[in-house]
Design a protein around this ligand. Structure first.
Ligand code: SF4
Length: 243
C-alpha cells in the first residue's frame, strides 16, 4: 500500500528567496502569471544560452528555445519532467514530443483519459491533453541531457510560476529525482518529509504529489521502469482525481 504523507506542514511558509510565488498564492491565481513562460531568448543560464545559440546555427529549422508548457491552464494535473531532449522537445517545441519518453508518456496519458488523439511525435499531430499539462523543470535543452544544479535552481522560478498559474491544480506527477527535488523546492516542501520513491505520494496543501521514475529510454530499456509500473502511477492519479 502506498504510504501518503498528509500533513499540510509539508508546505512551509518560510520560503527561501527567489523560489517563486508564495505557497498561499499557489492554485489561487485567476490570471495568467506573467512569469510562467520564459522568452525565446531567456538569458539566465549562460551555458544553456551558448548551447541554444550553437543549435540555432547548426539546426535553424529546429525550435531551439525554452519549451513552453503543453496543455490547458485550468487542468487539475501537471506532469513535470526534467528538460527537453536535444532532438525531441528542443527540435519540435512541445514537451516530450519527439523524445523517446514521449511514446510512453502520451500513450499512458491517453489510457487514463488525460489525452485524446494520436500522438505522432510532432506538434501538429492534433494530440490534445485533457485536464492535464506537461512541462519540464528546466525549459532549455542542456548538453548531454544534464542540467547543472544552478540551471535547475534558476529555472525553478518558471516552474513555480507555472504551478501558481494553474487555478484548479490538484495533482502533480514528478518524473524522476530531479523533477521531484525541484518541485518540492518550488512548493517549499522539505525534502526529508517527502523522500523520492517510485509510487510515493505526498500531500502539500491542496496538491497531491506523485513520484515516478522518469520514463526515459534508459529506465525502460534497463527495466528500472516497466510500462506497468508507469501506468500504476497514472491509475493512482486518475483514482485520486475521480474520488
Ligand atoms: S533553463 Fe530556464 S532559466 Fe535557464 S535560460 Fe532556459 S528558460 Fe531561462
Amino acid at each position: 500500500m502506498t504510504k501518503i504523507s498528509t500533513t499540510d506542514d509539508l508546505t512551509k511558509q518560510s520560503r527561501r528567496s527567489g523560489a517563486g510565488p508564495s505557497p498561499s498564492s499557489l492554485i489561487l491565481s485567476d490570471s495568467l502569471h506573467p512569469d510562467a513562460e520564459p522568452g525565446r531568448d531567456c538569458p539566465l543560464c549562460p551555458r544553456l544560452v551558448e548551447f541554444r545559440s550553437l543549435n540555432r546555427t547548426q539546426h535553424p529549422d529546429w525550435f531551439n528555445a525554452p519549451v513552453p508548457t503543453f496543455g490547458p491552464r485550468d487542468a487539475r494535473l501537471l506532469v513535470i519532467g526534467l528538460a527537453p531532449g536535444l532532438q525531441g522537445a528542443n527540435r519540435t517545441g512541445r514537451p516530450f514530443t519527439g523524445d523517446f519518453a514521449g511514446d510512453l508518456l502520451f500513450a499512458t496519458l491517453g489510457t487514463y483519459g488525460f489525452a485524446r488523439g494520436d500522438y505522432r511525435a510532432q506538434p501538429d499531430d492534433g494530440l490534445t491533453l485533457i485536464d492535464c499539462r506537461v512541462s519540464n523543470g528546466v525549459r532549455c535543452v542542456p548538453p548531454q541531457n544534464k542540467p547543472l544544479p544552478i540551471e535547475i535552481n534558476t529555472c525553478r522560478s518558471f516552474l513555480a510560476a507555472t504551478i501558481a498559474d494553474m487555478p484548479k491544480l490538484r495533482a502533480i506527477v514528478m518524473l524522476g529525482r530531479v523533477s521531484h527535488d525541484t518541485t518540492l523546492k518550488a512548493l517549499d516542501v522539505r525534502a526529508r518529509e517527502a523522500p523520492f520513491g517510485h509510487g510515493a505520494q505526498f500531500q502539500a496543501g491542496r496538491i497531491r504529489l506523485f513520484d515516478s521514475y522518469h520514463c526515459s529510454r534508459y529506465n525502460t530499456n534497463t527495466g528500472v521502469l516497466t510500462n506497468e509500473m508507469f501506468r500504476s502511477v497514472f491509475a493512482s492519479v486518475r483514482a485520486y482525481l475521480d474520488s
